[in-house]
Design a protein. Structure first.
Length: 85
């Protein structure tokens, strides 16, 4: 599995509502960790919470409230993750 280096230049791509979900394929250097602490961004180390984060993003950011559509998106994302896409 290819690792993702999180930098000060790309950190905002991963932060949502003052939280960052860190997966086992991410590398967080000390400088970025310090940035997260200084800016009050909560670090979450849990893969099982991905589904809940996806639901929250779809509902809050994209205003998708239909549970069927949400579950379809989650299935597609999980399929892509499992295939390495």
């Amino acid at each position: 599995m290819k690792k993702k280096l999180i930098t000060l230049d790309n950190i905002q791509n991963y932060v949502c509502e003052k939280e960052i979900l860190v997966t086992k394929d991410m590398i967080i250097p000390p400088k970025v960790n310090d940035y997260l602490k200084v800016n009050g961004i909560r670090i979450i180390f849990a893969e099982e919470q991905i589904e809940e984060r996806i639901k929250k993003i779809l509902k809050n950011d994209f205003k998708i409230l239909d549970d069927e559509k949400i579950n379809e998106v989650i299935r597609k994302i999980k399929g892509g993750l499992n295939n390495g896409d």
